[in-house]
Design a protein around this ligand. Structure first.
Ligand code: SF4
Length: 476
């Protein structure tokens, strides 16, 4: 097992590791690649920390590849959406000026933007020429009196998933525990791996507020540097996207004794279970036991309200068949949410899912034939054109397969426009699915085009001929 002082080298030398979940169970984490490089994976995880300047030490292309590729939302600072890069050139690399350029870039950002902190991302080129970004960050921290945090995840180290873990390592090594909050309490929690896509965590936070549960740090969605720096004083942690920051949760449990569990805010029972587990862990760690009763009372009220509002969609969705092409935590949490409203799952992709994710899907779906490591585009197309699914839920990259097959499609990945978390989010997911399936455009699209109707009529009247031998007919 990796220790709390693990380095990227340790991560590389142990492609499989055993970690313990909140219940002490051991399981392997597969670090295999899904897509992207390690730098990309680290940037994806850290960039939503919104009052931080994210400085990419690289030639220009690295930042161009990674900038803001998720729809995370911030309630405050917009600084995180500004792109900073040292834009290394061949001359600076050959002349050995890259470290100096990095230091000057940090100085410029501090002067012009006064960020809460600066995260400096190592990439392939500076790593290969031996730039010591840790030393540069250390001397910049002393010189400019702001935290300058090295994120040591150059792309060649491995895949995006490894980068996710290295991002957690950077927070653990350089950020979390560096600020002591003055307002610790028995109801403080951390949420790890929640990206606040389209602001969906804002649909969940009011529930926690009602219970008097304070989110000390939601990492990374809508996070502030100081919240992350004081996250070590939380009493419990919920890990939302299990593959991204579970190593951080495990290390925080080791060092600061903060118990964690993996959960999801998708679906009605998913949200209720998450609230129950959070309340349970807080009570185990010193909160008053009446929190459990208040949680149950809130769950009862919210579930009743949600089911009443969902009722109008039930008849229109019951028995409709879904092809789910996503991954990670969504592969099981969305399956559960869709089954709750009476839909059927034709197949789900588990390409980016952990072994735990797969286990949960098997529990819900029972039939393994619905699980696919990766569904090839041709397979998606043939499933859709073969009439085996009424809708496909996936990311933007595969939307055109559904559109080509003239089958409804709904975006459920990081670029989506709608928030699907919590009870309100479930209502939105069901409503959007309903609207997509029952949109009248699909009936029209599947009808033969007017020119096809004329061609068919011509063939009936004149038999099969070359196009230039068929008399033209326009209109009716
Ligand atoms: S693989 Fe290296 S060069 Fe390419 S984007 Fe990632 S960090 Fe940059």
């Amino acid at each position: 097992m990796l220790s709390v002082n693990s380095t990227p080298q340790d991560s590389l030398s142990q492609p499989l590791r055993k970690i313990s979940g909140g219940n002490g169970a051991k399981r392997p984490i597969n670090l295999g690649a899904a897509a992207g490089c390690a730098f990309d994976g680290a940037k994806v995880v850290l960039q939503p920390i919104s009052d931080v300047a994210h400085l990419v030490h690289a030639p220009l292309a690295c930042e161009g590849n990674s900038w803001d590729n998720r729809g995370a939302a911030s309630s405050g600072s917009r600084l995180w959406r500004t792109s900073f890069t040292t834009d290394l050139t061949e001359l600076e690399i050959l002349m050995g000026h890259s470290e100096r350029k990095l230091f000057e870039a940090i100085c410029e950002i501090k002067k012009d933007h006064a960020p809460a902190a600066i995260f400096v991302y190592a990439t392939c080129v500076p790593a290969m020429i031996g730039d010591d970004i840790v030393a540069v960050c250390r001397s910049a921290t002393e010189e400019f009196a702001i935290p300058v945090v090295p994120v040591n995840a150059p792309g060649f180290l491995g895949a995006k998933k490894l980068g996710n873990r290295l991002a957690g390592q950077a927070l653990f090594d350089h950020v979390i525990g560096t600020v002591e909050p003055e307002d610790c309490g028995p109801h403080d929690i951390n949420i790890l791996g929640e990206f606040n896509i389209s602001g969906e965590f804002w649909l969940v936070k009011p529930l926690l507020d009602t219970l008097g549960i304070r989110v000390r740090a939601c990492i990374p969605g809508d996070a502030r540097y100081l919240q992350v720096a004081s996250a070590h004083r939380a009493r419990a942690t919920m890990v939302v996207c299990s593959s991204a920051l579970i190593n951080l949760a495990q290390k925080m449990e080791e060092r600061w004794d903060i118990p964690f569990f993996e959960g999801s805010f998708y679906g009605i029972s998913g949200t209720s279970n998450a609230l129950r587990r959070i309340a349970g862990l807080l009570v185990e760690n010193g909160a008053d036991a009446e929190l459990l009763d208040r949680a149950e009372a809130l769950i009862s009220v919210e579930e009743n309200r949600a089911w009443k509002r969902l009722e109008i969609y039930r008849a229109g969705l019951k028995g409709k068949r879904v092809l789910l092409n996503t991954g990670g935590v969504k592969s099981w949490s969305l399956v559960h949410a869709l089954l709750e409203i009476g839909m059927e799952i034709v197949a789900t992709s588990v390409k980016k899912s952990t072994d735990d994710d797969r286990g949960r899907i098997k529990q819900v779906l029972k039939e393994e034939c619905h699980l696919h490591d990766s569904i090839a585009p041709s397979r998606l197309y043939s499933t859709l054109t073969g009439g085996k699914a009424d809708i496909m839920l996936s990311g933007g990259r595969t939307q055109f397969i559904a559109l080509e097959a003239k089958v409804p499609w709904l975006d459920i990945n990081q670029e989506r426009r709608h928030a699907y978390a919590g009870y309100e989010g479930m209502l939105q997911l069901v409503r959007q699915t309903y609207l997509a399936i029952h949109n009248p455009i699909w009936t029209e699209l599947r009808e033969p085009a007017p020119w096809e109707q004329h061609r068919d009529a011509n063939i009936r009247e004149h038999g099969e001929r070359e196009p230039d031998q068929i008399p033209l007919q326009f209109g009716h």
